[in-house]
Ligand binder design. Structure first.
Ligand SMILES: Cc1ncc(COP(=O)(O)O)c(C=O)c1O
Length: 367
């Protein structure tokens, strides 16, 4: 028997603050938009789950047509597999026998792809796969310009792919890259730099094919650049995930268009009003200003100044009307991903009433 969360059916006024809210109409519109974009382009959607951390959200994305999920951490993948997700890409290289063994064991229950950018990582996976009696699907991570992880484009991609293909217990499945270095480019620059980034993947795909390897997967793209890269030749699947919620950074710093709406907000209360500033109950243990500052949506008279642990401080603007003590205000997170992980649950709202509550089950899954 499923137990209904006590908040379900309550009006917004009944919620104590600070509380993380999902506007279901907007969320569903964002999910449809991303799923439809991929459908139209003839590519798969494997949305990154690092922002939502929720099997409930995963189910909605799969229902909308996502082929599976991308995860940052193996422990996230384990929780999603427990929840019934069957196709996962762990987009981080595993560097210990402990982790390689866990990835091998997961193959008994789901198709969980690993990535490598060095032969040592492939060798680790191969040992674990053989010990477990399974085959681990593997992508080569290509550095498309971010210079964080990945093989530098060129002959080393083919070398490593051949190494993987020759290893017992591994199946070479293709390549991935993440053009995150383009997120905050101007739209014109982003167009050029995404073309260069995806061009590296397409060229790698061509070299691999000429080298005799099948390359079924070329995985790339994030919310901050999908409009500039998802349509480019070579891409077979899109990893963009954060766009299901949208945030201030994607819109204001990455110029992501209005097709994606602000579905994730925080309800906060004004706990103090001073001469030139106000204080709210949402500090950096509730949302974080990492990457981009948060914004009060319905309070024109103040602008973000700083967060301390349990206080948000907003400064009076030259001719603004200050909110009052006890006012409940709607906050737009700067970067949603640096906010969701601080919360246990999403409170989902439709027409001012709580319709559902989704736990963030992979919160704290860091290994
Ligand atoms: C490997 C990888 N893929 C995709 C993304 C894009 O995620 P999002 O769409 O949530 O911005 C990221 C973001 O950090 C990433 O690291």
């Amino acid at each position: 028997m499923s137990i209904t969360h006590p908040l379900v059916g309550q009006p917004l006024d009944a919620l104590d603050t600070p509380v993380l809210l999902v506007d279901l109409d907007r969320f569903e519109a964002n999910v449809s938009h991303l799923a439809e974009t991929c459908r139209r382009l003839g590519i798969d959607w494997r949305p990154h789950a690092k922002g939502h951390k929720s099997p409930d959200v995963a189910r909605k994305l799969l229902d909308a047509g996502a082929i599976g999920l991308t995860c940052a951490k193996l422990s996230e993948a384990e929780i999603f597999v427990d929840a019934g997700v069957e196709q996962i890409l762990v987009a981080n290289q595993l560097a210990s026998p402990l982790k390689a063994d866990r990835l091998a064991r997961l193959q008994n229950r789901a198709n969980v792809i690993g990535i490598v950018d060095c032969a040592e990582a492939a060798d680790l996976l191969s040992v674990s796969a053989q010990a477990e009696g399974v085959t681990i699907p593997v992508l080569i991570d290509v550095d498309t310009g971010m210079h964080r992880t990945g093989v530098i484009p060129g002959p080393r991609v083919l070398q490593l792919a051949k190494h993987v293909a020759a290893k017992k217990g591994l199946r070479f499945e293709g390549i991935m890259g993440f053009e995150g270095h383009t997120y905050k480019d101007s739209p014109e620059e982003k167009s050029d730099r995404c073309a260069v980034a995806i061009g590296h993947l397409d060229e790698a795909r061509r070299q691999l094919t000429e080298g005799g390897l099948d390359v079924p997967i070329v995985s790339a793209g994030g919310t901050g650049c999908y409009e500039w890269s998802a349509h480019l030749a070579g891409v077979t699947e899109l990893q963009a995930g954060g766009g299901i919620f949208m945030d201030a950074m994607y819109r204001e710093a990455c110029n992501v268009g209005p097709e994606l709406q602000y579905a994730l907000t925080l309800l906060t209360t004004v706990t103090g009003v001073h001469e030139d500033h106000i204080v709210t109950d949402a500090g950096f243990k509730t949302l974080w200003s990492f990457h981009h500052p948060p914004r009060l949506l319905d309070a024109e008279g103040v602008s973000f100044e700083y967060l301390s642990a349990e206080h948000g401080v907003y400064r009076r603007t030259p001719d603004g009307t200050m909110p009052c003590f006890g006012d409940r205000l709607v906050l737009l997170p700067g970067y949603h991903d640096a906010t969701t992980y601080l919360h246990n649950e999403f409170v989902c709202i439709r027409h001012g009433v709580v319709e559902d509550v989704w736990p963030l089950a992979t919160r704290g899954a860091l290994t």
